[in-house]
Design a protein around this ligand. Sequence first.
Ligand code: ZN
Length: 503
Amino acid sequence: MTTTNGTPITAAATAAATAPTGAEVTTGFEMVVGLEVHVQLKTASKAFCGCSTDFGAAPNRNTCPVCLALPGALPVLNGRAVELALRVALGLGCTVNGRSIFARKNYFYPDLPKGYQISQHDEPIAEHGTLDIGLTVDGTARVIGITRAHMEEDAGKSIHDRYEAATAVDLNRSGVPLVEIVSEPDMRSPEEAGAYLRTLKQILLYLDISDCNMEEGSLRVDANVSARPFGEQKLGTKCEVKNMNSFSGVEKALAAEFRRQCGVLRAGGTVQQQTLLWDGHRNEIRPARSKEGSSDYRYFPEPDLPPLVITADEIEHVRASLPELPAARRTRYAAMKLSEYDVQELTADPATGPYFESVLALHGDPKAVANWVNGEVRATLNESGAAWDAVTLAPARLGALLDLVRDGVVSSSAAKKLYAQLLTSPDTARAIAERDGLIQVRDDNALAGWVAEVLADNPAEAARFAAGEKKLTGLLVGLVMKKSQGRADPKLVNQLLASRAAG
Ligand SMILES: [Zn+2]
């Protein structure tokens, strides 16, 4: 491939020049992917100073001598950031290093006033974790290795679209604490990379260490991808793809870059190590700069920070505070005989499970509660953006509604009307049902009266039904329901009609 004329390299263009068409370009090659995920830790203040981490403040408002890199200013490590990094490490099954070292990663960039980033290099806070991505190959679970998780600070932000002929620099983000999670090159397809990212994000949200908001840059992904002939053990030359702002963008970028590399290899060329940027609007990859090796950063230990020492007691303290993680929760729900779909939905985010369980504790039927939580309640949340703990959705109110359905006090269809009322009314489900006439009528005399009226109103159908035409039952039940304005208990109406037909 070439970058000499400065034009973007698209996978399609390279492929067209080197191979017939379509999927044939990649045939015989294996994709190898490793991911680096930067996650902004949910702290109130920055990693090495007391400035706020609030997103959206006016430019350069959240700054001080430390994060502006004024001469003589010294960093002080944020203990909360260490605690959150430990949660990540333990949540991913990493070994925590009792002693880790902060290092200076030197490079020039206009939004990096110090000329270096404080990071960790050869002695990170955690190593050797694993992530089960929920996919299987030949029935074997796909477990991706986590090489390391290390702490570092973020750089500032260059803003290119604020002024016509100048770039602005905003240092609000300078010094915000991050954890970088580096995987082994264990993934073999865009789908596996996507599954890794979705699983990782879910765990990070359960751990409550970041909001993982990709649009605000709280979660950023860099992908290292290479191609090699199937059966080859040696890794091919990797390229790093950056600038992907969604997981589906990562999957598309990987597929495009893999095709480009396969095209190069197929044509007898060699892949040059470099950094590439993904353009999600044009679905193409363009070169950014030649890739630095780690030696280019001239890492050396940060002289202004002592080694980070974490005792076994501190590790155990954090371990004891870890919440239930998604895999454990899925196992527990599956044991309630819930469907795979229900289990996935109930555990998709950290908040659904506790709500489900609060209602379950009151009502007792897992399937009924799961149906409502995954159905009506989720739809409400999606529409209104309400929180699970909103008063109108209080577990006790939903539990009481489900009790009414189970006990035959209201029908399933009346329950849906009732639910809509519950969202806007402070009254209980039973009070609303009584007020709106939604209580099912189970009184034999009333039911028999409606049945008799319906039969009298429809003599032809009544005669056919009496002659044994059972398929008319549905029609007649429907008419009784209509006559009762939906209040008749359809089960009892069915029974009444059946006894008439038999008689
Ligand atoms: Zn500061």
